[in-house]
Design a protein around this ligand. Structure first.
Ligand SMILES: Nc1ncnc2c1ncn2[C@@H]1O[C@H](COP(=O)(O)OP(=O)(O)O)[C@@H](O)[C@H]1O
Ligand SMILES: [Mg+2]
Length: 368
């Protein structure tokens, strides 16, 4: 029975061309592993190179959804191992998803487990300035307020702004060869910002990034945590890969603004995590809209729906849409994150809801 449906799927896929190469995704087997159940559920793999248009995933899904007899479509995006159009692009020695099961990638260091740190969550974004640190600090505090034992690690070594946002900035004490984290709003905090001169631009190369991350995981006296949130640098660079190589990451939360550019970068970020086996827990759309001070009505100033599109593309939940709210910025500048400074405003409530959803998804034990 699946024969004719298979043929119809092929027909639907054939006209979709990769704008980079001009070739049909189907003919070049960029869409592959087409699986169909008898009741019409379709699952395909789309191989995307870093340079490929990430919205191809949506095009493929939409084309398949229109095929008669199809009731559900799932597109699994995987990184293309070969990128013929840009051969000079260096490929990283990381376990790729298309590596056959059980095959070892020799160059990647073995991740070390830190069971006392609980579930480790990477808060990531494609671009800087979308509110990644704001989201990380506020969900950390919201979880702490709910009774969880929370650590916050500022891994944004290029622009560590957690100290300012959390209102702590001093050299952390060292005891028995361990770095003691600072405490702020019920959260244990460590940041490179504590260790380097303020406002000094930090330029760190891959191996140093790995060293710093490992130090923060291994040499900081975190005690026992339920969860450790890691504020990543923007993008899909060395720090992301280093973190994944350094330890076991329970999941990634991707922050974006509703703008398409931001979403495109964020999609690549999400795909990168997935490629290395880290589940994407969901999307937080920040600065989603502005509540008019006069009418209280939402005004979409950065466009709409980007977070939802990204969530659909990655087939993960949209964890929340956080409005642009000036006190969020003021709170961040004054070390008083919004969930502490103005806990009843919409932005704080949305951020708290995101935190609770993450706790639920990770199955964190109910705090006592
Ligand atoms: N929802 C929001 N409403 C108002 N200002 C915000 C909001 N989210 C973030 N900001 C502000 O935008 C700037 C960038 O946010 P930040 O969290 O530092 O981004 P990132 O860590 O992604 O670079 C900061 O000044 C922050 O206070
Ligand atoms: Mg930041």
């Amino acid at each position: 029975m699946t024969e004719p449906l298979q043929a119809r799927l092929a027909e639907a896929l054939a006209p979709i061309a990769n704008p980079r190469t001009g070739a049909s995704l189907y003919q070049t087997q960029q869409v592959r592993d087409i699986a169909v159940t008898t009741d019409g559920k379709v699952r395909v793999t789309l191989l995307l190179a870093a340079q490929d248009d990430p919205t191809l995933a949506r095009q493929v899904r939409q084309a398949l959804e229109l095929v008669e007899g199809v009731i559900d479509v799932r597109v699994d995006v995987k990184a293309a191992a070969e990128v013929p159009a840009a051969p000079e692009k260096t490929r990283r020695a990381l376990p790729m998803m298309e590596t056959p099961q059980g095959a070892k990638t020799p160059a990647a260091p073995t991740p070390v487990a830190y069971p006392k740190l609980g579930r480790i969550i990477a808060v990531s974004s494609g671009k800087g300035g979308v509110g990644k640190s704001t989201v990380a600090t506020n969900i950390a505090i919201a979880l702490a307020k709910a009774g969880y034992r929370v650590g916050l690690m500022d891994a944004d070594i290029y622009g560590p702004n957690i100290p300012r946002m959390m209102g702590v900035n001093e050299a952390p004490p060292v005891q028995n060869d361990k770095i003691m984290p600072l405490h702020a709003h019920g959260v244990k905090v460590i940041s490179l910002g504590f260790l380097i001169e303020r406002d000094q631009p930090a330029i760190w190369r891959g191996p140093i990034v790995m060293k710093i991350l490992t130090q923060f995981l291994r040499d900081v006296d975190w005690g026992e945590l339920d969860t450790l949130l890691v504020d990543m640098p923007p993008g899909t660079g060395d720090a992301q890969l280093s973190l994944v190589q350094a330890t076991q990451i329970a999941g990634a939360v991707i922050v974006t603004t509703p703008q398409e550019v931001s979403v495109g970068d964020a999609l690549r970020g999400g795909m990168m995590f997935r490629r290395v086996g880290v589940p994407v827990l969901g999307i937080v759309e920040n600065m989603s809209y502005f509540e008019s001070p006069e009418t209280g009505k939402p005004l979409a100033i950065f466009g709409t729906g980007g977070g939802k599109r990204l969530a659909d593309e990655l087939q993960v939940p949209l964890l929340g849409e956080v409005p642009l709210h000036p006190p969020v910025l003021q709170g961040a500048d004054n070390g008083l994150p919004i969930v502490v400074g103005e806990p009843d405003c919409t932005a704080a409530r949305k951020l708290t809801a995101v935190a609770m959803e993450i706790a639920k998804q990770l199955g964190l034990r109910t705090p006592v």
